[in-house]
Design a protein around this ligand. Structure first.
Ligand code: SF4
Length: 273
């Protein structure tokens, strides 16, 4: 018989809310056991026989996916992989750039990605330098392959809020990307330039008269990003400001979630010491 949160709380757990499992209530612990596979033995107050019987019941419902919280990232990766599986690898360079090469007898797309190169084949994605490709990076790259149009960048830059349907993400862009960058690099223009060069950023300050630094990053062959920094001017009471700008064609290559992902990835690379 499957164990719901209520069954577990009512029939199995002691209902003392002692907190020994790390949760303040038995019902909260029951919720984590049922939906996130938290080990039932984390409650040290269960009779061994009841524990074993309940664990067997839980194993059955876990294997059926019953009441389990969905792993959204895994779902997204699966969806993106399936779309990629129906694509012709030979068509990709024309749409998203990169080059088809022979890699160990297999046809592989070699694609520049930030300061590295990824190798994409029917078997999966790897980095040329052997460093790991995270699940989120894989999803990002598969979505780009599935969605990427053949448009080349036009050189017309826009902030996120100028693209349609971005209202919910504009605040996240400021709090998760632009604010951390301005806090890290206020008064440190030289350090930002140095770190940007390390990941392939090029100085485009000449294009922005009023800014103290403008840096262009080629995230993917068809996807550039511009970072513009106005440094703090304490004597005039102005703090630093950072803005990320995207080529007007970016939404033909990436969805809004993927634009957020690449922005956060850029921030993380710049903050790495
Ligand atoms: S350790 Fe057990 S009894 Fe204590 S709060 Fe957690 S589930 Fe409830």
């Amino acid at each position: 018989m499957a164990l719901s949160v209520v069954d577990l709380y009512r029939d199995i757990l002691p209902q003392t809310n002692c907190g020994d499992c790390g949760y303040t209530t038995c019902i909260a612990f029951a919720g984590m056991v049922v939906s996130e596979k938290l080990p039932l033995e984390n409650c040290p107050h269960l009779d061994a026989e009841i524990l074993e019987k309940s664990k067997k019941e839980l194993e059955v419902q876990y294997s059926e996916g019953k009441w389990l919280k969905r792993d959204m990232a895994a779902d997204a990766l699966q969806w993106a992989r399936e779309r990629y599986a129906s694509m012709e690898i030979d068509s990709l360079p024309e749409r998203i750039g990169g080059t088809i090469i022979d890699h160990g007898g297999q046809k592989v797309l070699e694609l520049p990605y930030f300061n590295t190169t990824v190798l994409i084949s029917a078997d999966g994605i790897e980095k040329k330098d052997g460093s790991p490709v995270t699940r989120n990076e894989q999803t990002f790259l598969y979505i780009h392959m599935a969605q990427g149009g053949s448009d080349n960048p036009t050189g017309k830059w826009k902030s996120l809020k100028e693209f349609p349907n971005t209202v919910s993400k504009v605040v996240s862009m400021v709090s998760r990307v632009e604010n951390p960058l301005q806090e890290a690099f206020a008064g440190r223009v030289g350090e930002l330039r140095k770190r940007a060069e390390r990941i392939g950023g090029t100085d485009r300050s000449g294009d922005y008269d009023s800014a103290d630094l403008a840096l262009k990053f080629q995230v993917l062959p068809r996807v550039p990003v511009m970072l513009v920094l106005w440094d703090a001017e304490p004597e005039d009471g102005f703090g630093a400001d950072v803005k990320l700008l995207f080529d007007e064609t970016i939404t033909r290559h990436l969805d809004i979630e993927s634009i957020m992902f690449l922005s956060e990835r850029l921030k993380d690379l710049l903050l790495e010491k």
